[in-house]
Design a protein. Structure first.
Length: 131
């Protein structure tokens, strides 16, 4: 799947966001190594701490369906490309430390590509957990 199709899927997912408190809808599209696509949007809650980001919604949907390997994620939000929050970076790192991250604006007109390792240098992953 090319970058433009992945960005378009994230833009489409953004339309389903439930963001009445922040007014900042976000969409994500996560591509598995097997070519499956999982989308997510942010879902806010009046108890702010229960809000879930679009990236983690997409990731958790994939994991709940048995998918554990990923190639890329596109994130669409706002007037300019924005980056996943720290919690999302860490959650994605659990499964795909070499993930390609596509940061797009909310309409998918502009985007840039960065490796997850640039967004989360020296990330903590499964190999770092003492056993």
């Amino acid at each position: 799947m090319d970058e433009s199709r992945l960005v378009a899927a994230a833009v489409d997912a953004r339309r389903n966001a439930y963001a009445p408190y922040s007014g900042f809808p976000v969409g994500a599209a996560l591509l598995s190594k097997g070519g499956r696509l999982f989308t997510g949007c942010n879902v806010e809650n009046a108890s702010y701490g229960l809000t879930v980001c679009a990236e983690r919604v997409a990731l958790f949907k994939a994991v709940s369906e048995g998918v554990r390997e990923f190639e890329a994620i596109a994130v669409a939000c706002g007037d300019a490309p924005c980056s996943p929050c720290g919690a999302c970076r860490q959650a994605l790192n659990e499964f795909a430390p070499n993930l390609k991250v596509i940061l797009a604006d909310g309409e998918g007109r502009r985007w840039e590509v960065v490796p997850l390792s640039d967004l989360l240098p020296r990330g903590f992953g499964p190999a770092d957990v003492p056993r």
